[in-house]
Design a protein around this ligand. Structure first.
Ligand SMILES: *Cc1c(COP(=O)(O)O)cnc(C)c1O
Length: 382
C-alpha cells in the first residue's frame, strides 16, 4: 500500500486532494515520494514563510525538545516570556498583552471572547468574503462554509468590504467586535481600503466596540511589512496571529490593547504557549528580522508582478499583489489552471472560484520566481 492509498483508506476526507504525496521540503522546494520536486507557492497555506526545514527553526526545536516541551500557563517559562516580549515589540504601539494558542481559528475564538467579556455585548460585524476559521465561533464570523452548521452564534452580521455606509449602519451599541482582515486571503486576495479601516477604527471608538484585526494570513512579513497594520497605520484593540508565526509549528496568538479587560479563568489552552512552539516562533521571528523578510517580500513581490505582467495572459482579469501575497484573478474558473501548474511542478492555491493565489515562502529566490512566472505564462496561455 502506498502513501496515498493508506491515507485514503483511513482519513476522514475533508480536503479536496491533489494526488501527490509530499514527503520532504527545503526552502521553497517540496519533494514527493517519487523524488519529483515542486516549487511551493502555497507554503502550507501561508505557513512556511521562513522556508521549509528552516535550519534555525530546526535547531531551536531540537534544543528545546531536549530541554522542555510542555509547561502549563500556571507556570512562567523563559521561552514564552521572551516570545511575548518579542511580539509586543513588533506589534503596533499599545498592544501590550499576549494570549498564546495553537491556530488561527483559536486566535479568533479568543479575540471574540475577549471582546465580549470586555464590552458585555455579543454582536459581531465582519466582512462578506471574510475568513476567520472553522470552529463554531470563528465560523459564525466567517462568510462561507456555514450552511451545514446553522444555527451558529447569533448577532453576527456581514457588510460588503469597503462599503463605508454599510459599516456605519451595522456597528451599534450591541456590537462587541468588528472583525476584519486587512487583506482578505481565502476571500480572493482583496484589500480593505485604508479609509474603510480607519472608519472602522473611528466607529469602534465612538460606539464602544472592539476592533479585531485578523492578520493570521497577512502577518509576519507576508505583505511586505512585519504586520499589514503597520503599512495602514492601524492600531486594533485585538490582533489575531497564526500561520507564519512559528516556522510551521502550530501556534496562534492574540495581542491585546489595554482596553481589553479579562480576568483569571476567562480563557485558557492546554498547549497554548508551550515552550517548544515558543522556541520555534522565536527562531522563526529572529530569522525574519535578520534577513529582513519584509523587505524581501516587497522586492520579490514587485519582481514577480513586473515579470508576470510583461506578458500578461488574455484570461487574466487582474493581479492583486501585496508583498508575496498574490492573487491572480482570471476571467474563468481557476481550478484547471492549478492542475496545469502542478503538472509543471508549481504548487499554487485557489482563493475563491476565479483567483489563483500565490503565497510562496519569503525565502524564494528570483530565479525560482522566474520559473513560477514561466509556468504561469505557459499554463494560462491561450
Ligand atoms: C487561515 C486563516 C484562519 C484560520 O487559521 P487556522 O490555523 O486554519 O485555524 C483565520 N483567519 C485567517 C485570515 C486565515 O487566513
Amino acid at each position: 500500500m502506498n502513501i496515498q492509498e493508506r491515507e485514503e483508506r483511513h482519513a476522514l476526507e475533508v480536503y479536496p486532494r491533489r494526488g501527490v504525496s509530499i514527503v520532504r521540503g527545503a526552502g521553497a522546494t517540496l519533494w514527493d515520494d517519487q523524488g519529483n520536486a515542486y516549487l511551493d507557492c502555497a507554503s502550507g497555506v501561508g505557513v512556511a514563510s521562513v522556508g521549509h526545514a528552516n535550519p534555525a527553526v530546526a535547531q531551536a526545536l531540537a534544543e528545546q525538545a531536549q530541554t522542555l516541551v510542555t509547561c502549563p500557563g500556571i507556570f512562567f517559562n523563559d521561552q514564552r516570556g521572551q516570545l511575548m516580549e518579542t511580539l509586543v515589540g513588533l506589534a503596533p504601539d499599545g498592544l501590550n498583552r499576549v494570549f498564546l494558542c495553537n491556530s488561527g481559528t483559536e486566535s479568533t475564538e479568543a479575540a471574540l471572547k475577549f471582546a465580549r467579556k470586555t464590552t458585555g455585548r455579543s454582536g459581531v460585524v465582519a466582512a462578506m468574503r471574510g475568513f476567520h476559521g472553522r470552529t463554531l465561533g470563528a465560523l459564525s464570523a466567517t462568510f462561507k462554509y456555514r450552511d451545514a452548521f446553522e444555527p451558529l452564534l447569533s448577532g453576527c452580521q456581514f457588510v460588503p468590504l469597503n462599503k463605508l455606509e454599510k459599516l456605519d449602519a451595522a456597528i451599534t451599541e450591541d456590537t462587541a467586535a468588528v472583525l476584519l482582515e486587512p487583506i482578505q486571503g481565502e476571500g480572493g486576495v482583496r484589500p480593505a481600503h485604508v479609509e474603510f479601516l480607519s472608519a472602522a477604527r473611528q466607529l469602534c471608538d465612538e460606539r464602544g466596540a472592539m476592533l479585531v484585526i485578523d492578520e493570521v494570513q497577512t502577518g509576519f512579513c507576508r505583505t511586505g511589512t512585519f504586520f499589514a497594520c503597520e503599512a495602514l497605520n492601524l492600531v486594533p484593540d485585538l490582533l489575531c496571529l497564526a500561520k507564519g508565526i512559528a516556522g510551521g509549528v502550530p501556534m496562534g496568538a492574540v495581542l491585546c490593547s489595554d482596553k481589553i479587560d479579562v480576568t483569571v479563568g476567562v480563557h485558557g489552552s492546554t498547549f497554548g504557549g508551550n515552550p517548544l512552539a515558543c522556541a520555534a516562533a522565536l527562531a522563526a521571528i529572529g530569522f525574519m528580522q535578520e534577513n529582513d523578510l519584509a523587505a524581501q517580500a516587497r522586492s520579490k513581490g514587485d519582481y514577480f508582478t513586473r515579470h508576470f505582467e510583461a506578458k500578461r495572459p488574455e484570461r487574466v482579469r487582474e493581479v492583486r499583489q501585496f508583498g508575496l501575497m498574490i492573487g491572480i484573478e482570471l476571467k474563468e474558473k481557476a481550478t484547471p489552471y492549478l492542475q496545469a501548474l502542478l503538472a509543471q511542478g508549481v504548487i499554487a492555491l485557489p482563493a475563491g472560484p476565479t483567483v489563483i493565489r500565490l503565497l510562496p515562502p519569503l525565502v524564494i529566490s528570483e530565479s525560482e520566481l522566474d520559473t513560477v512566472v514561466t509556468a504561469l505564462h505557459t499554463a494560462l496561455a491561450n
